[in-house]
Write a protein that binds this ligand. Structure first.
Ligand code: ADP
Length: 381
């Protein structure tokens, strides 16, 4: 099922009388969610993610715009007629019912032509339980299950009617770190197996990046960027998106472009073309730093953390717009920890520059990729 949002807008009356105007929770959304894909709706708290889900499932009516499931306009349909399954952060299972009864619940309410026999219900419940691998616990009550198991029951309950669209609102927030990882992989598997178009809401960029076919990054009710996780990470349209994706986050410096040279502070770091002289923010991904004794960027060394395959270097620079620079370099590149300085060259494709006012991305071409070859390796050759 393809889900199309056309000019979707939701405005609420402002409850704070001191502020004039309305709250625009969702502002002119236009996008199409392809059939059978898992979409991550991502953004900080209050950016309109839950409102978007509530509009899609019919719990809220839009102020403007339309929602289509394939070619059917569902904007005016009540939730129960839309065929959506929903899973919330708090699993909302019925505590007095067993797992089996909880999963069966949506089927018992079917009426008219949709009504199922006891046998049909049993079959469907068992299939849904098998899908989420909860068959062993069918006779337990929710209180006797772990958080992850309860969330699986909630997913089985949302899937038992075979929804046209599955909506997941922060489904992993109440789980501990290990379970979160495990359950998100489960969700990905279940989504692949069922092929149900799924929208997954989260404020956790890593979560969204790891399981989504496509992510939609939102800010203050507006879509900032839509794309494959890697594409959005590699090619952010503005500083907000660049900062929102990635752990450790992108390092942001104050800089400028002058006569075809990009400066961080007053250090020339890249030769670039296509940009007129101006002040900019320079974003450098942690993996964009290349250790070099004669590197263009000199930073004050703070700490070197060995993480097995990689090394994390923590350093400072006066032009940094943040606390400390986090760079990730291969473990075989050795940092001279006896020195108070560490020098880097920058990989041009890991450097993004942004307008100081609008924070929109400014596109440039790097004239001469200034990534030096690893000298130690060169020496060994
Ligand atoms: P998110 O899910 O991204 O945290 P929400 O969709 O819950 O964001 O909220 C988006 C914005 O709309 C917020 O500013 C929130 O305060 C506002 N909002 C949500 N629901 C209501 C409501 N019923 N009345 C007034 N404002 C609301």
């Amino acid at each position: 099922m393809k889900v199309v949002l056309q000019n979707l807008t939701k405005r609420y009356p402002n409850l704070n009388k001191k502020i004039k105007g309305e709250v625009v929770a969702v502002d002119s959304f236009n996008f199409e969610i392809p059939d059978g894909k898992l979409i991550g709706l991502l953004g900080p708290s209050g950016c309109g993610k839950s409102t978007t889900l509530n509009l899609i499932c019919g719990l809220e009516a839009p102020t403007e715009g339309r929602i289509l499931f394939d070619d059917e306009d569902v904007t005016g349909l009540p939730p129960e007629k839309r065929g959506v399954g929903m899973v919330f952060q708090n699993y909302a299972l019925y505590p007095h019912l067993t797992v089996r009864q909880n999963i069966m619940f949506p089927l018992e309410n079917l009426k008219g032509a949709d009504k199922l026999t006891k046998e049909q219900m049993k079959e469907k419940v068992e299939a849904a339980a098998k899908l989420v691998q909860i068959e062993k616990y069918m006779d337990r009550k929710p209180a006797a299950l772990s958080g992850g198991q309860q969330q699986r029951v909630a997913i089985a309950r949302a899937l038992v009617k075979i929804p046209r669209v599955l909506l997941l609102d922060e489904p992993l927030s109440n789980l501990d770190a290990r379970l979160r990882l495990q359950t998100r992989e489960e969700i990905r598997r279940i989504q692949r197996e069922t092929g149900v178009t799924t929208i997954f809401v989260t404020h956790d960029q890593e979560e969204a990046m790891s399981i989504s076919d496509m992510i939609v990054v939102m800010k203050e009710g507006r879509v900032q960027q839509i794309g494959k996780p890697q594409t959005v990470y590699d090619d952010p349209v503005n500083l907000f998106v660049a900062k929102f994706l990635g752990t450790p986050p992108i390092n942001v410096f104050s800089g400028c472009v002058k006569d075809g040279v990009l400066y961080i502070g007053n250090e020339p770091v890249l030769d670039i073309s296509g940009v007129e002289d101006r002040e900019v923010y320079v974003g450098v991904r942690p993996e964009g730093f290349v250790l070099d004794d004669a590197g263009a960027l000199t930073c004050r060394l703070s700490a070197v953390e060995v993480m097995g395959r990689d090394t994390s270097v923590v350093s400072y620079h006066d032009a940094l717009d943040g606390v400390a620079i986090r760079s990730i370099i291969p473990a075989e590149d050795k940092v001279d920890t006896s020195s108070s300085a560490v020098r880097f060259n920058l990989k041009p494709f890991k450097v993004h520059i942004f307008d100081k006012e609008t924070e929109e991305r400014i596109y440039f071409t790097a004239d001469e990729p200034s990534v030096p070859v690893n000298r130690e390796l060169l020496d060994r050759m």
